[in-house]
Design a protein around this ligand. Structure first.
Ligand code: PMP
Length: 355
């Protein structure tokens, strides 16, 4: 830390992104990216758009927002595109929490939530997941705090039904409820339709998982106009051109190709069920996932050890250090071929372990 670093950030522990190794060619099952490249139409559109890169992007992303309004069944004033969904989550913590309005989220969830809270000096409370790692929606009713829930949750992969989310939203009329739907396209049910009914709900989605654009950085926020006005105040006070023109074009074209991505999601779900069955046969405990990853453990080998052994064999998965989940690994679902290799390497490791 330099002597110039502001004291208010001195104690901040930043978010640790998953490994992005440059040395070895790994089978990358560690950051929940899509194994499928964007379709040629998206690539072409970006190639054309970069020829206009001397001009600032449209701060309102008009074409993207219009297309998204058709796909998601909302009006254009109920959508805010951002630089990945991390950015809209950051804006939400800034906009809807402060010293007198703390934030509450599950103890096991997306690691960025506590980072945002610390970054902005917001007091936060975590609610333990139940012993089966599910969320008890009643823990968030009448919370008297801003509520943030990933649905499906990460890294567990478990999902709450929309009626339970609605109970949370209904019972917190004086606080905003943020539902992070980064993984919703893999079998969850979106609560975007609830934004027509409640003025305290913000739903966030991302193009990083189901739409193969993690590297382009595009997220969307859905809420009533007044919540979005607050978020826009923050956007225009930080970076009005937060979505660059290539990304806005990639996002627009991706939405024009929605069927391609939804078909890919079906393939991922099939591969997930196949992998879950095979791991169960090998004696793993596998949580029932509605996402593009599995959260798994076995009594035969510790979570960290399995992660390390898989890495030696060229397969990267994600292991977490926090006490409650250190025996688990989060395995992103890739192509069928990738999952076969992952299973094969896992079998080899278990065999070596037994010797
Ligand atoms: N929410 C959850 C639950 C996530 O796992 C991620 C991905 N790391 C994000 C939000 C952020 O995704 P992005 O910024 O790529 O849209």
């Amino acid at each position: 830390m330099s002597k110039y670093f502001s004291k208010k950030y001195a104690l901040l522990t930043p978010y640790t992104p998953g490994e992005q190794p440059k040395d070895t060619q790994y089978i990358k099952l560690n950051t929940n990216e899509s194994p499928f490249a964007p379709p040629p139409s998206v690539v072409q559109a970006v190639e054309t758009e970069i020829k206009r890169a001397q001009l600032y992007s449209d701060p309102e992303c008009t074409a993207l927002v219009k297309k998204a309004s058709e796909i998601f069944g909302v009006n254009t004033k109920q959508i805010l595109p951002t630089n990945g969904s991390d950015e809209i989550l950051n804006f939400a913590f800034m906009a809807f929490c402060d010293k007198d309005t703390p934030v509450v989220f599950p103890d096991i969830s997306y690691g960025f939530y506590s980072v945002f809270a610390n970054l902005h000096g917001i007091p936060y409370k975590t609610v333990p997941l139940k012993s089966d790692f599910s969320i008890d929606y009643r823990d968030y009713m009448h919370a008297n705090a801003t509520v943030v829930i990933a649905n499906p949750n990460a890294p567990t992969g478990l999902c709450l039904p929309v009626w339970q989310i609605e109970e949370i939203v209904k019972s917190n009329p004086n606080n905003v409820v943020v539902i992070d739907e980064a993984y919703v396209d893999f079998g969850g049910e979106s609560c975007i339709p609830l934004i027509h009914k409640y003025d305290n709900l913000l739903v966030t989605q991302t193009f990083s998982k189901s739409r193969s654009l993690a590297g382009a950085r595009l997220g969307l926020g859905f809420a009533c106009e007044s919540l979005l006005a607050d978020l826009n105040t923050l956007k225009y006070s930080t970076n009005p051109y937060n979505v660059n023109r290539m990304t806005a074009m990639a996002g627009y074209t991706a939405l024009c190709e929605n069927a391609y991505f939804m078909d890919n999601c079906k393939v991922i779900c099939e591969n997930r069920e196949y992998t879950a069955n095979e791991l169960t046969k090998l004696g793993f405990e596998v949580l029932p996932s509605k996402t593009n990853f599995l959260f798994v453990k076995t009594d035969e080998i510790g979570g960290r050890k399995l992660y390390e052994e898989l890495k030696k064999k060229g397969v990267l998965v994600r292991n977490f250090t926090s006490e409650r989940i250190k025996d688990y690994n989060r395995v992103t679902i890739g192509t069928k071929e990738e999952m076969e290799i992952f299973l094969q390497k896992t079998k080899e490791i278990l065999k070596e372990q037994r010797q």
